[in-house]
Design a protein around this ligand. Structure first.
Ligand code: NDP
Length: 399
């Protein structure tokens, strides 16, 4: 039925390729392209082992628009799924426009020399995608992604207005390394060391990095964990698209061990994105740090425990105040057993596949640039239950 071109052979790209291969009724052809061909081939071998399917692999530099255009023209996909890094979003969008192919990603564009986490660069493509009659779907991972869809579901079925939103992301897993990040270290550390920011009655308020915390008691035996307020990109679109929203915050759990390592790395300058001179060569400390840390894709076989990511929401329905928590729990070892990856890549790669499925089957249609909460949540929520990320709605007033 559809041919998908996935760009980026990292942790998330690996999971998405596996999940597309598990849905042959939709994805009849799969092409995986990335900077390092051997990584594509390793994923292709894993997909062959697990599903028996053969996929095509290719090498591409996704910073280079003509190379991307040539790749897209050679393979003629029905959709391009961008699972490279946020730095490549605009070049891949440009190539999609030039070749007339719909676009999907999981993280908003960031310039290499600024850690901004803003949609402005990609929202500026609105008219170009509209005029081309093409759809671009932004942020189809878990957070952003499923968290936006949880909000849309709550607006459709649970609330007339949502007033307060806390997105809470808990990784209660352990990979056994003294320090490693669960997704691309450079992106992860940029995000965690940025100033906190949240939406409060029509304005953005800032906090020092990781200076606010709360305890949250996670369900299904995970128990209480300390969560830190951070800025996260979905807050920007949700603050605009969710009716009545007065306060929106994002929280993430970190172990003391992770925070201690991060503090030391920060204090010695290793998390900086400013280039420094090293033996006559300019290097970016954070990029050097990335090259000595474990690859996120290598954590799969050694990570144990579960993740719980959900939206705690307060709003009104028929004049009555209501409180809900919608969440998913995902088990690292079960993910590894299924697709040879840990749960962080899994919880991102599955929604990337489902977003692509929504687009190629026509369940989600549109012309222009869309955030996830702007589309009908129901077909996406149905697919989450089928494809490995089942969700639970808890009425907190009835507990
Ligand atoms: P990885 O670093 O594991 O993988 C990124 C892949 O992109 C690598 O294979 C890399 O190639 C490739 N790549 C980088 N630059 C280029 C380039 N110029 N041309 C071609 N390929 C390139 O990252 P993850 O898989 O962990 O993350 C992928 C994306 O998912 C990121 O944008 C991340 O921010 C996002 N994400 C979103 C989440 C969500 O919930 N929404 C959660 C987690 C991640 P090479 O191997 O050669 O370096």
């Amino acid at each position: 039925m559809a041919k998908v071109l996935i760009i980026g052979a990292g942790g998330v790209g690996g999971v998405c390729t596996h999940k597309c291969a598990q849905a042959p009724e939709v994805f009849t052809d799969i092409v995986l392209a990335s900077r390092t061909l051997s990584k594509c081939d390793a994923i292709a071998a894993s997909v062959k082992r697990k599903t028996g399917r053969t996929i095509t692999t290719a090498k591409v530099d996704a910073d280079n628009v003509p190379e991307l255009v040539a790749l897209i023209r050679a393979h003629k996909p029905d959709i391009v799924v961008n699972l490279a890094l946020p730095y490549q979003d605009l070049t891949i969008m440009d190539a999609c426009l030039e070749t007339g192919v719909p676009y999907l990603d999981t993280a908003n564009y960031e310039p290499l020399d600024e850690a901004k986490f803003e949609y402005k660069w990609q929202w500026a493509y609105q008219n170009r995608f509209k005029d081309a009659g093409l759809m671009a779907l932004l942020g189809s991972g878990f957070d952003p992604g499923v968290t936006n869809v949880f909000c849309a579901y709550a607006m459709k079925h649970l609330f007339d207005e949502m007033h307060e939103l806390d997105i809470i992301d808990c990784n209660a897993g352990d990979h056994g390394h003294p320090f490693a990040t669960n997704f691309n270290p450079e992106i992860n550390i940029r995000e965690v060391t940025a100033r906190g920011r949240y939406w409060d009655r029509g304005e953005w308020l800032e906090t020092d990095p990781l200076s606010w915390s709360m305890m949250y008691n996670f369900p299904e035996g995970i128990g209480p964990k300390k969560c830190f307020l951070m800025y996260h990109e979905e807050l920007e679109s949700l603050a605009i698209n969710i009716k009545g929203l007065r306060r929106a915050r994002f929280w993430m759990t970190f172990s003391d061990n992770y925070l201690n390592h991060l503090r030391v790395l920060e204090n010695v300058g290793m998390t900086s994105i400013e280039p420094v001179d090293h033996n006559g060569q300019q290097i970016v400390p954070l990029q050097f740090l990335k090259s000595v840390l474990p690859e996120p894709a290598s954590l799969g076989g050694r990570t144990k425990g579960r993740t719980c990511i959900g939206c705690k929401m307060k709003g009104v329905k028929n004049g009555e105040v209501k409180n809900y928590f919608i969440y998913n729990i995902c088990d690292h070892e079960a993910c590894y057993e299924e697709v040879e990856s840990q749960a962080i890549s899994y919880t991102t790669g599955v929604p990337a596949m489902i977003g692509a499925m929504m687009m190629v089957t026509g369940a989600w249609k549109g012309e222009g640039v869309f955030n996830m909460e702007q589309l009908d949540p129901d077909p996406f929520m149905d697919k989450l239950n089928i494809h490995g990320l089942p969700w639970v709605v808890v009425d907190l007033d009835k507990q």
